[in-house]
Design a protein around this ligand. Sequence first.
Ligand SMILES: C[S@@+](CC[C@H](N)C(=O)[O-])C[C@H]1O[C@@H](n2cnc3c(N)ncnc32)[C@H](O)[C@@H]1O
Length: 344
Amino acid sequence: MKTGKYLFFLSCLNIPLAREEALAIIESETGEYPAFESMERILIVENLLEKTAREVVERSALTKWAGRLILSIDYEHRDEICKAVKAIDETLLAQDPGKTFCVRVKGIGVKDAHIEGDIGYIIKSKTGQRVNLENPDIVYAGVLMPSRFFLTLQVKPYTKPDIGARALKYRVFPHPSSLDPRLARAMVNLSRARKGCKFLDCFCGAGGVLLEAYLIGCIAYGIDIKLKMLIGCAMNLFQYSSYAFTILGDARNLMIREKSIDAIATDPPYGRSTFLPSDLKNLLSETISQSYDVLKDKRFICFGAPIDAKAEDLVSKREFEILTRIPFRVHKSLTRVFYVLRKR
Ligand SMILES: C[S@@+](CC[C@H](N)C(=O)[O-])C[C@H]1O[C@@H](n2cnc3c(N)ncnc32)[C@H](O)[C@@H]1O
């Protein structure tokens, strides 16, 4: 099957997190962490199948769109962009003259109100396709930076998760400890979970992470020490026609068969708005070592922890490799760090 070079346009919520989420989805689909190029909100990966790029757009919380790269140039004067678009090999453009198209260009640090129209005019004369700004068959999506320009043929997702519909304010059981659904989805993706895999959240609380895991097709298992939270979790899952196996239990003593879980993503209590039964460091280190037992070999765990807990010091380097450590500022007094570990 034909592969190509794809550009992913990332959310500005947290660029390193968005980049790692997209790369983790690619790894979960292809079995390999890809080589990549990145600058600001742009991630470029070569030798990808369109199906994989589409999977990233459909599954991720933090990738806005993706497109097959058809032009990437450094420029000094705007005319060079139009010249380069004119010179694009016609086989790289969408072929069918009966189709409609539009051009959408996102400026980063630069504005140009006429660039979309100018590029549209050139593409129309090269392909014979008609412009349709409302509902085009094909979108040429570009990114304009002060001295760099990219043009892509945008990948059309079959579905895109409507994560906003699961915002905490809409939940039947809202709880202050729940993660923003975009972060919950990103954590599930960072754990390399995929359709059909056995997924575990050992501090499932109100079920935000379980919900995202279920929605990407995982068989979701959740554990919480508080019955009230498990009841709320069931209510939230039911609201979104989702399901998870939940167990009243303790993350420090997981009653789960050894090496039976494919992916873990979890956000332990930080002792602010949630029930914290022991010192956070002990809780974290006991949970990480329990996770080692239940995870299959070479599989991944993603967890969050406050920056001052220095969770990296609690990880046994013999058991896990620390792959990713991404700080995320929640508010003035809390920076959460997202960790991704791979079992050795
Ligand atoms: C931060 S909340 C989880 C939020 C959840 N990920 C969400 O997005 O809705 C942490 C949860 O861990 C639970 N908890 C605390 N100590 C626990 C333990 N030792 N084992 C299992 N659950 C525990 C608390 O009851 C709380 O519901």
